[in-house]
Write a protein that binds this ligand. Sequence first.
Ligand SMILES: Cc1ncc(C[n+]2csc(CCOP(=O)(O)OP(=O)(O)O)c2C)c(N)n1
Ligand SMILES: [Mg+2]
Length: 347
Amino acid sequence: MAIAREADPVGSLSEVKDAGLDREDLLGIYRNLLITRGVEERGHILYKQGKIPGSFYTGRGNEAAAVGIGTAMGPEDVGAPLHRDMGVHIVRGMEPWRVFANYMGRADGPTKGRDGNVHMADIRLGLISMVSHLPAMLPVAVGCALAFRIRDERRVALGWFGEGASARGDTHEAMNFAGTRRLPVVFICDNNQWAYSTPTHLEYAVEHIADRAQAYGFEGVVVDGTDVLAVYREAKRAIEKAREGGGPTLIECLTLRMEGHAVHDDAFYVPRELFEEWAKRDPIERFREWLRDNVSLTDGEEEEIAADVKHLLAEAMRRAEESPLPDTSTLLDGVYADPADLHAPHH
Ligand SMILES: Cc1ncc(C[n+]2csc(CCOP(=O)(O)OP(=O)(O)O)c2C)c(N)n1
Ligand SMILES: [Mg+2]
């Protein structure tokens, strides 16, 4: 039996209004979902054209989980999203052309060509670039939360990890530290049911990763990661609870990784029936249906949003291609902290 709370799906419009979203917000969420998927689909094209060095990672199937959480964050909150969480970058205002530039190792990507991939974020948007997608970023998020506590700031930190990453020690250390001090941090587990080719029954022996939260002294919630509004509602609750001094929450977003671990992996080990089953719950299709049923999304509106996103991404691809490769003489810029930075006290 589950220990964590299993969140209900979002049904009615009134529930959504109570959560603070109006029609315009809802259409904005839909747009962000389309941009998120569109960026990654175009990334595939760039990869096939040989323009992306190394491999290429996407979060197909995880768009609603990422967009839902990103939408619930406050403007001053910070987070360290992973390679499955493009939607968080998009919601926080990362321009798609800069993502494409990063994919191609160009100078205008957030890493300025230092990383030709998804280890990227723009700190000005409150996002911290990931080191690896194993849970190295959880202690970082907890450190941010500790800093907010010390500085007496009403801000919340979010840390993401995969369900496979939950098996590593830094997950335990981060959660235990955050629990004992009741820090303003929300842990997000992107449970996409696979850690590369390892299935969940070989990753953990509890029913849900979120069941572990109780042992750390805080609440665990499992939510359907294909239901963008349910994810939003649970994230909003957890974030505002943390802001009010109520301590951490662990939110587990359940999805299926709809592609291989990365583009070099054809996911031959995932049963086809599983893909077929989860394809029926495609997060974008699901939300489109919800919008049609609950806020009378019209064909015209749908086409307008789709055309707008298509145009945005076409422009973004063009602009990214114009971005130069970094000048090799700048190779060490931004790699090490500047002595001036070190003289600026952090609090
Ligand atoms: C310490 C370490 N070991 C192994 C890897 C290689 N690796 C990267 S991601 C990954 C699987 C992660 O699975 P999960 O945490 O479920 O995240 P997902 O990729 O499914 O989103 C592995 C084995 C790594 N980056 N770092
Ligand atoms: Mg996984």
